[in-house]
Design a protein around this ligand. Sequence first.
Ligand code: G1P
Ligand code: ZN
Length: 544
Amino acid sequence: MNLEIVNCTPYTDQKPGTSGLRKSVKQFQRPDYLQTYIQAIFNTLEDREGSTLILGGDGRYFNREAIQIILRMASANGIGHVFVGKAGILSTPAASHLIRKKQALGGIILSASHNPGGPDGDFGVKFNVSNGGPASETFTDTVYQNACVVEQYRIRPIKPIPLDKEGVYDLFGMKIEVIDSVQDYMELMESIFDFDKIGQLLQSDSFKMRFDAMHAVTGPYAKRIFEQRLGAPEGTVFHAQPLANFGGGHPDPNQAHAKELMNQLYTNQGIAFGAASDGDGDRNMILGNHFFVTPSDSLAVLAANATLVPGYKQGIAGIARSMPTSQAPDLVAQKLGVPYFETPTGWKFFGNLLDAGQITLCGEESFGTSSNHIREKDGVWAVLFWLNLLAEKQDSVENIVRQHWAEYGRNYYSRHDYEAISSASGNIIMEHLRQQLATLAGTMIRGKMIRAADDFSYTDPVDGSVSEHQGIRILFEDGSRLIFRLSGTGTQGATLRVYLEQYEADVANHDQDTQEVLSDLIEIAEALGKVKELSGREAPDVIT
Ligand code: G1P
Ligand code: ZN
């Protein structure tokens, strides 16, 4: 009844990258482009009949239209029940939590994360499976294969569902519940952190915090949790209104894009703690007064102090970090005597380790941190974790990090991004590096001895699956590392990422400028990768 079967021509470019299918809005607006991809997802879900689905997005341009289309297609494909975030809003971590809580078959999250939005920006579709985490490569490969051959999609007639108020609706036999986007997530946070202590800190006159929601999805979450629930003064959260184009900004919480927050923390306004999150709420940046915490250090500090937080007071089972992330968390794991893992870039590789109980905390250098409470990275969770530590230790962010370095040594770390170079240049640079791999080990360059060089390959310790070509690693005798990889989330040409890390044990040398400390490695990267020559770029576009 009311079922429409529409003939369509498949697209051959619907191959998901690091986090789902990400394309420009213009590409998504091609005839039936969204529909063919969604149908390919449903075709991959053989057990979808009568199942429950979570649906929401980061509020970017095309979010609402996409939700109405997906609801009509879900009904036509036999889904029984869909939970939708109010106004179509669900942060990625909140969606991950709801999938688990509602025992859903999975969730469709509409987001291009930190990529700019608006009619000329990007859009994206991610599918998360029943454990709440991103679908595995096997799953996304099948979706891609299905997308390449899909010739029909199933949809129901137009019946717009009011998204702006909570309620229960019927769409030709499928139940739709429009729910409060924040409540379930906030309850989960209350079960992990000491809200009383954090509340006291946020309400005290001597502590000022700023949270930059970057006009993206965490606005409603941060307002509700930090201001309304924990009592931080109004204005603590700024850029709080989610906008379809993120106010024209680039919703990526780093030193380059969260400029206003940086200004507030780096001038004398007496702000003790600054934080920001990205388009879909899974990333975080942590700042102290005049002080930036690298995401790698942040993970290490959280791990070292986890037992101060009620949710982790029993200790942690282990830590995982993505390969390009600095080795600072490994040092903590060694000291705690717990296992640690090095996975390829992308959150999907943490899922098996979390499900198997082998790790409790995990993170990436790209401003992503989380734990076993969900199966995604979680921006607001990381901020609450830091607040809980600050409330317990009654010390500044800078002191906490400096004491950490004094105990473990400092991993100087930086990432240099060459954005939107041509795909051809990106491939030539990587190929040029690959050709040198066999002969690099044992060579001395700029006074540094290369211990090993390879193209990173990962064997999942839980299911044995192998992921190859995950980035070129050049490892030095002194523990320094140089890593090159191409981004899997960009939508224009190629983005080359160069990751640099150098370890310094001596506390007397912990106060140096990061780029200066890394200057030898930067020269070595250029000598080996010929990035400037082969890309035609004079300097990186973004340094984090
Ligand atoms: C980037 C980050 C990666 C992260 C992903 C999704 O991917 O580098 O760590 O998991 O975004 O947020 P990339 O563009 O490097 O493939
Ligand atoms: Zn994101």
